[in-house]
Design a protein around this ligand. Structure first.
Ligand code: D9A
Length: 471
């Protein structure tokens, strides 16, 4: 997870703090089905030892996925209930505190998960964070780090295993690992098996990549599979084990892998500057090698055009995973699981759109606006809304594709596929079938425009080749 877990953008941290005090009405943009539901994040009262808890008003008890026509109404009584912590052990409470310390807004969606899945995902997250902290810690010599990563899954069953010498920001999860592993051992066997298996596979994958750079695009996929795809696979197996998702969700590892790859590639693209400045290289050489001699050179002002070409190539590669993301989300029936999965994905798409063709990526940090992030978190709660958000960002991306970009044809093509897949499956109810919704019409027009652009590029390329070959 190089970096993904430990890369919490400042903007989101600030957002998380503000979310704590927030009783946020759903905002009107991006255009989406309107809803009256509220998500409220409340802090623990002074003197109370509870960690701050997110009260998702939609997810207080197992809920079927809502559709655009059946929004759940705000129930003020839910405000007074804290979802789960009344009978929590001290060690579990500590785990939720660690979860909130690492990622507040993400903690909120985890805490809103139904039933015992909530604890399983909380512990899985902390275990992954611990493994990631070992991987990232440059102060641990390789000969010590490799066995640590490979053996990490066995530490889950060693009650007193801990690591106190880490220099990383998140060193506390390693120093107090016994608290986490204690709670791990209390989880049901169906959850423990998944978590331990993923740790084993991820630990050896991380060890494999410690000594080698990410070379080909294929290796990029493999590295992202180890550090993020396996997270998607493990989570999907946890969902199915909880019986809140169908067995097929846990069995289809390809789709689950894609969710992780989409998030991780977005992080890697976004964090170019921070990573290269710290001597880390996660951009695949097969991509940057086409445009520069050294990865760091892309940050040089005179290399801007090459840098943007490389950036756009990688964004286009990441966009390949969006159709799988949609297919995955379509299978989810439980509202709390849907929110948990959809929110990071739409945030990632917003981030990718902000990064695309953006020179600032090579000079500093590219962030999505706070308001935009809040809106996305509030909105990404139904398949229809996710389709709308994705269509909106595809249009935004489409407008940024430059005529001279080497990946232009590929980018237009994948955007066309995404828009097509985001067009509502049943755009209009039978009774309203005479009036096509403006959203559907705009998606159809966009698709037509894209197909035309794509075809004309392909044709002109073919003509170009024919011209070269001569009569
Ligand atoms: C996730 Cl248990 C992650 N990673 C994320 C966060 O989302 C995924 C780490 C541990 C867990 C889950 C995630 C969420 C929902 C469903 C998923 C899934 O799969 C089905 O994982 C694929 O980024 C880290 C990896 C990408 C390495 C997997 C979202 C998150 N967001 C940060 C913001 C940021 O930019 O990192 O952590 C945050 O909210 O602080």
């Amino acid at each position: 997870m190089a970096g993904a877990c430990c890369k919490c953008p400042v903007s989101l941290l600030t957002l998380k703090r503000s979310l704590l005090l927030l009783v946020a009405p759903r905002s009107a943009t991006p255009p989406g089905p309107s809803s009256r539901s509220l998500t409220v994040v409340v802090g623990g009262r002074p003197g109370e030892r509870r960690p701050p808890a997110a009260v998702s008003l939609r997810a207080a008890r197992p809920t079927a996925l809502r559709t655009s026509c059946s929004y759940q109404r705000l129930n003020p009584a839910a405000l007074l209930r804290s979802p789960c912590q009344d009978s929590m052990s001290d060690s579990l409470r500590t785990c939720y505190t660690y979860l909130n310390q690492t990622s507040r807004s993400f903690a909120a969606v985890i805490e809103a998960l139904d039933g015992d899945l909530r604890h399983a995902v909380c512990i899985f997250y902390l275990v992954l964070r611990s493994l990631d902290t070992v991987e990232d810690d440059m102060s641990i010599p390789l000969e010590k780090k490799v066995p640590m990563l490979k053996d990490f899954h066995t530490y889950l069953y060693q009650a007193d295993w801990c690591f106190t010498q880490s220099t990383e920001k998140d060193r506390q999860v390693l120093a107090d690992f016994p608290t986490i592993s204690l709670e791990f051992r209390k989880l049901g066997q169906q959850y423990r098996e998944v978590i331990s298996d993923i740790c084993q596979r991820m630990g050896s994958g991380m060890a494999e990549f410690l000594e080698k750079k990410v070379g080909s695009m294929k290796e990029w996929d493999l590295y992202c599979h180890y550090v993020a795809g396996l997270v998607g696979i493990g989570l999907s197996q946890l969902f199915s084990a909880s019986q809140l998702a169908d067995p097929e969700v846990g069995l289809d590892t390809e789709l689950a892998n894609s969710l992780g790859l989409f998030l991780q590639k977005t992080n890697i693209i976004r964090d170019y500057l921070e990573d290269t400045q710290q001597g880390r290289a996660f951009w695949p050489q097969e991509a940057w090698g086409q445009f520069a001699d050294r990865l760091e050179d892309l940050a040089k002002p005179e290399k801007l055009e090459s840098a943007l070409s490389c950036l756009n190539l990688l964004v286009t590669d990441a966009l390949r995973h969006v159709p799988d993301v949609l297919a995955y989300l379509l299978r989810l029936r439980n509202q709390s699981i849907f929110n948990f999965c959809a929110i990071p994905q739409v945030m990632a798409l917003a981030t990718l759109s902000a990064c695309y063709n953006n020179p600032k990526l090579f000079r500093g940090v590219v962030k999505i606006r706070k308001g935009q992030a809040v809106t996305l978190m509030m909105d990404a709660t139904s398949m229809e809304a996710v389709h709308t958000i994705i269509t909106q960002y595809s249009e935004e991306l489409l407008q940024k594709v430059s005529l001279t970009d080497p990946s232009r044809a590929k980018t237009l093509h994948i955007l066309g596929v995404i828009v097509e897949k985001s067009a509502p499956l049943q755009p209009v109810l039978q009774s309203k079938s005479v009036h096509l919704s403006p959203m559907y019409l705009s998606a159809a027009m966009l698709l037509a425009a894209l197909s035309w652009q794509y075809l004309s590029t392909t044709v002109s390329q073919a003509q170009g080749t024919a011209d070269l070959q001569g009569p």
